[in-house]
Design a binder for this molecule. Sequence first.
Ligand code: NAD
Ligand code: MG
Length: 295
Amino acid sequence: MPKNPIEKYYHKDFPKQYQNPPGIQKEMDPVPDCGENSYEGSGQLKGRKALITGGDSGIGRAAAIAYAREGADVAINYLPVEEPDAQEVKELIEQEGRKAILLPGDLREEEFSRSLVQDAVKELGGLDALVLVAGKQQAVEDIADLTTEQLVSTFETNVFSMYWMVQEALPHMPEGSSIITTSSVEAYNPSPLLPDYAATKSAIVGFTKSMSKQLSSRGIRVNSVAPGPFWSALQISGGQPQENIPKFGKETPETPLQRAGQPVELSGIYVFLASEQASYVTGHVYSATGGLNAN
Ligand code: NAD
Ligand code: MG
């Protein structure tokens, strides 16, 4: 039986809870649902080799679990402090009999971003899915309070690292490979609280569309996923002011489906975009926003 989408996942108010960024998902209340107990694979990514950034938690973790259950070997990147979340993902991937490669490090460093790709290629024995999910979001109510440090750090994490990783990965990616970026409803319908973050998400859309045209002749597809409000560590570690947390996805922002999304609700989109079923899909931005206007 199909389920009412409003009631399908957690839809009560969230308790306020602050953690220093990037936040540890296993300490959240409630813990985001990344499909640990629900995602079922059907061989859609059999034998594939994927590098997923931000794979320890939230949306990247949902993709990592789904990719493994669809038959892929998976390398994940995350920040070293997120090791407890990453260890859980490793265990979940290995339970599927797939290879799980843990490659912690800071994507703001060019040298690391490049060596991450090389290490993933070496450990996986190739690479045919580059799934860029890592991101930084810190709310700032007044542009006067936006520090240059934050501005640079948000762009380095969300935008620059993408260029470095794609440059490094392309020589290794065969025809039929897929690159997937993670933009946001913020690219199209920005919040007043996210002047730097929203601009990085627009930049990601521009990069994705440009790359889809540049790489089509090589048989490589490039697409983006644009989520609306999803319950994750990003939001409780400064992505939203704490006063917005209880009604997150209900009133802040107000979505027609009246609740925040759970990361597992994006698993299918990340799988589809990497799979053979999406062979005619490139340069596209796929949204799941609970009904918020996304373009
Ligand atoms: P999350 O906190 O679970 O994941 C973000 C991940 O980014 C972290 O786990 C961390 O590993 C990684 N990261 C941050 N800074 C990094 C750095 N310097 N080096 C390496 N890794 C770094 O939160 P999430 O919501 O799952 O976020 C995943 C992606 O989804 C982000 O790009 C975010 O912008 C995007 N997104 C989230 C929402 C939402 O409402 N949660 C909405 C739209 C887009
Ligand atoms: Mg994390």
